[in-house]
Ligand binder design. Structure first.
Ligand SMILES: [Zn+2]
Length: 150
């Protein structure tokens, strides 16, 4: 049975809309990793959300708002393409699982939110010099500790 662990990090804005910034997935042998271009200038966020986004950028994501090459409209296609090739998809956290379910072609199983994941390896180049946690290290950790030993 093919199992894919997927992690997404991003920003929640008005009306609980989620803007993905980093996406990583790992199935035990293959990995993928994307950083998405912002959908609009950060100045267009209301002041409180702009403040929140800046806090996340500096303390949590360590990826600037303007960073990234992949157009955000490709997100749905990328997730469909990835999930179409496996039997089950695993995501940590209730909100992220619900978000991925909208795009996944296969059942999304949920790891509990707690405990939070720690910084680990491997990481993408955005996270090398920081305390921030990379989505890549999250999917490796989850796969190696929960999927492989099942
Ligand atoms: Zn990263």
């Amino acid at each position: 049975m093919n199992k894919l662990v997927l992690d997404v990090q991003g920003f929640t804005i008005e009306n609980n809309k989620f803007i993905p910034k980093e996406l990583a997935a790992y199935d035990g042998t293959k990995i993928c990793h994307y950083i998405f271009r912002p959908p609009f200038d950060i100045q267009h966020l209301p002041p409180d959300l702009c403040k929140q986004a800046n806090w996340l950028i500096h303390n949590h994501h360590c990826i600037c708002w303007n960073e990234g090459y992949t157009p955000i409209y490709k997100f749905a296609d990328i997730v469909k393409n990835l999930t179409g090739k496996v039997d089950n998809v695993y995501v940590k956290g209730k909100e992220k699982s619900e978000y991925i379910r909208k795009y996944s072609l296969k059942p999304v199983l949920e790891f509990e939110d707690k405990p939070a994941l720690q910084k680990g390896q491997p990481e993408c180049f955005y996270h090398l010099k920081s305390q921030c946690i990379c989505a890549l290290s999250n999917v490796f950790y989850l796969y190696n500790n929960f999927i492989m030993i099942e």
